[in-house]
Write a protein that binds this ligand. Structure first.
Ligand code: CA
Length: 240
């Protein structure tokens, strides 16, 4: 289920470390239906790269992964400035396994098989603290912007953008349905003391348009002649 209207929801970006693709896909879909954007890492290496580049409030962690025990991620993450909360979700579910996981720093531990409703309740309980609370999301078409994490996603999939492109899109999505002037975008991008070539902004907009169309973001950046730009929902690009 995708939200297709301009909408503010409490959504957050989570990391799911899981190598069984069916479990990962089902859980991702279930959590997305409850307002979470979920990135899936299918092994420890990808999970480690992910937690280093994105400030996740919470990671759901399988243990038996192709390249090691998932709890290794908890150990390694101690070096990071911002460490996610960890919910271990594992077939290794006897008392000793749980104690071991919790001793290593897991914040919660659930045994497989599990009920997704219980998992959701635990995730929400773990996030019910001021630090973890997101500043909220804006969704237009299939494109969601998480203000707290400063990330864009399309249909639950993270969208990687260059810094300037992200800055332009941030301004446009937080002012949906309003014309944003070129001067304002210039000031936001370059400040008042440098004057880049006028066509620099055009090339950022052009690349963004291509990117949004290619990812079926369901939004378009329209040019308001002599005025600026406006971000609008594009019904043609709706995800089914
Ligand atoms: Ca596994």
């Amino acid at each position: 289920m995708y939200r297709l209207t301009t909408d503010r929801v409490d959504c957050m970006r989570l990391l799911l470390v899981e190598d069984e693709s069916q479990i990962a896909a089902n859980l991702k879909k279930f959590l997305h239906q409850h307002g979470f954007v979920v990135d899936v890492a299918e092994n420890l290496r990808i999970a480690w790269e992910s937690v280093q580049s994105i400030d996740y409030p919470l990671a759901i962690l399988d243990r038996r992964l192709p390249d090691g025990d998932g709890v290794e991620l908890i150990r390694k993450s101690r070096r990071l400035k911002k460490v996610p909360r960890f919910l271990v979700l594992s077939a290794l579910g006897d008392v000793d396994d749980k104690v071991h996981g919790l001793n290593l720093g897991a914040n919660d531990y659930m045994a497989k098989p599990f009920d997704p409703k219980e998992l959701l309740a635990r995730v929400e309980a773990m996030l019910r603290t001021p630090r973890a609370r997101s500043q909220g999301c804006v969704t237009v078409g299939n494109l969601t912007y998480d203000r707290g994490a400063r990330v864009f996603s399309v249909g639950g999939q993270g969208l990687d953008l260059r810094r300037r492109e992200m800055e332009v899109l941030e301004v446009l999505i937080t002012r949906t349905q309003q014309i944003v002037s070129r001067d304002e975008l210039f000031d936001r991008l370059y400040g008042f003391d440098s004057i880049p070539a006028a066509n620099t902004l055009d090339s950022h907009i052009s690349r963004l348009r291509t990117r949004l169309a290619a990812t079926r973001a369901g939004v378009v950046i329209r040019t308001a002649r002599n005025l600026g730009y406006i971000l609008q929902q594009d019904d043609v690009g709706k995800l089914k």
